[in-house]
Write a protein that binds this ligand. Structure first.
Ligand SMILES: Cc1cc2nc3c(=O)[nH]c(=O)nc-3n(C[C@H](O)[C@H](O)[C@H](O)COP(=O)(O)O)c2cc1C
Length: 170
């Protein structure tokens, strides 16, 4: 099978991490390069990433975001944010930042690194916590938080193809 397709099909949410193995700066930069290769409306590229590896801050995220408890055991997290200033950004920032988040998950999987997308937007409490904890610049909105690290659990392809979800107009 084509390796890019195989990578998409085998990506799964990994919530358990092998703390004995560290992701290198070079790998983190490759993941961020992928994040910044996503499509954006009018090619605005308004993204902004907060890379967190400080154990105290990872613990703080776990304590304050109930659905992101796994973050305290992750090697690092990337908080995917977007500048929301003009009307185009207001209309499309969620799609733009989501495409970027998916690129993070896919490039991590290609490198053998586990990851999980944790929701921040549109939950007010989560948004406020992230903005305050990481002192985000004005107009920078957090969309998601991706926990990353070498996997300590095995997951593989799950069959989800469903003809009933497709309308073929041929
Ligand atoms: C918008 C969005 C928000 C999500 N939020 C969380 C979350 O807060 N915590 C979590 O553990 N997983 C979260 N997930 C991961 C989903 O639970 C996961 O993708 C889904 O169960 C399918 O499993 P898979 O990723 O292994 O294919 C989120 C996924 C998306 C797309």
């Amino acid at each position: 099978m084509n390796s890019a397709i195989e990578n998409i099909l085998t990506r799964r949410s990994i919530r358990k991490y092998d703390k004995s193995k560290k992701v290198s700066k070079e790998q983190i930069d490759t993941i961020l390069k992928s994040a910044m290769s996503a499509p954006t409306a009018r090619n605005q590229q308004g993204w902004y990433f907060v890379v967190v590896s400080n154990p105290k801050q990872l613990l703080e995220i776990s304590k304050n975001i109930p659905h992101a408890k796994m973050v305290k055991t992750a090697d690092f997290t990337i908080i995917v944010c977007y500048e929301v200033t003009d009307e185009m950004q207001k209309l499309y920032w969620v799609q733009d930042a989501s495409a970027s988040t998916q690129n993070i998950l896919l490039s991590a999987n290609a490198l053998g690194i586990g990851s999980v997308w944790c929701a921040v937007h549109p939950r007010e409490a989560k948004i406020n916590f992230i903005k305050k904890e990481f002192n985000l610049p004005l107009n920078i909105e957090p969309l998601s938080l991706v926990a990353l690290g070498y996997p300590a659990e095995k997951k593989g392809y799950e069959e989800r193809f469903d003809e009933a979800k497709i309308q073929y107009n041929v």
